[in-house]
Design a protein around this ligand. Sequence first.
Ligand code: BJW
Ligand code: ZN
Length: 267
Amino acid sequence: MENLKILKEKLIQSNRVVFFTGAGISAESGIPTFRGKDGLWNRYSPTELATLDAFIENPVRVWQWYLFRMRLIAKAEPNSGHLAISEFERLLRDVWVITQNVDGLHFRAGSKRVIELHGNIFRGKCRFCGKEYSEKEFSSIFPFSGREVLKGMSDDEFNETVLKNFTKDVLPVCKVCGEIVGPGVVWFGEILPEEAVEKAFEISSACEFFFSIGTSAVVQPAALLPIYAKRGGAFLVEINLEETSLSSICDAVFRDSAGKVLSLILN
Ligand code: BJW
Ligand code: ZN
């Protein structure tokens, strides 16, 4: 508790603060993480679902999996962790959120300065000609991707239309090149959005506080950000239920849920 008080005082006086988040922050909203006991990669194979090769080989299977996750996200709400971070943006001087998450929950919680390193699951991206689709434009060529459509679907309806009777002819076709459009996320082997990565490295290298929250910090190049922050002199804080490869270089570690710790720091 004493440490928390000191942390809070330092935080209030600091200029730039970065909240670097991963799947663990959205776990309390009911969205599964990737690694660990209940992680998605325990039940599904990343090479069969999150690579361009997998998409080319079986776009129906890849889209079924993404729609399953999009539906979970469409039904989810931001939790106390996301809300605390958006509150920090109002209270502190220069706050940035750098997220690996594709769920958009930081924006929905009210955060404005959010860098999405791995894209956004409700947008579309054509890997063949490079055309990017906003959420609205994408739902006009692929009604299944609409948040409200997914939210409104019962389990039976979803099983029937998306899991059982899904075929290639309902998949989104690119307006520009006529190929099948994929989800607007970054798959393994793909380059991250250039502008987002540049900005993320720039602000991480020159911040006073860097919070690494709910991330296993194993996926590159995102996992380098905390290391750049530390090198740049930042006070490195980890909030994670478990130890990670980052823990040993952190200046403070909280082994508890993101929502609980962030609310404690805020209040
Ligand atoms: C809680 C909690 C609670 C739970 N409270 N905590 C250099 C070395 C080695 C490999 C590579 C390298 N450079 C590139 C690579 C390859 C690859 C990579 O990093 N592989 C590693 C896995 C080894 N990287 C790439 O391919 C990247 N592209 C790239 O580098 O391009 C250049 C290039 C191209 C070709 C060749 C070489 C270079 C792209 C990476 C894209 C990652 N994509 C995914 C899927 C996104 C789409 C989708 O959602 O479907 O992004 S993978 C997945 O992992 C997702 C996540 O954003 C990302 C990170 O996961 P995250 O957020 O850390 O989640 P978890 O589940 O791992 O951890 C959750 C944590 O929360 C746990 O620690 C829990 O304890 C904790 N937790 N509940 C607090 N309540
Ligand atoms: Zn195209």
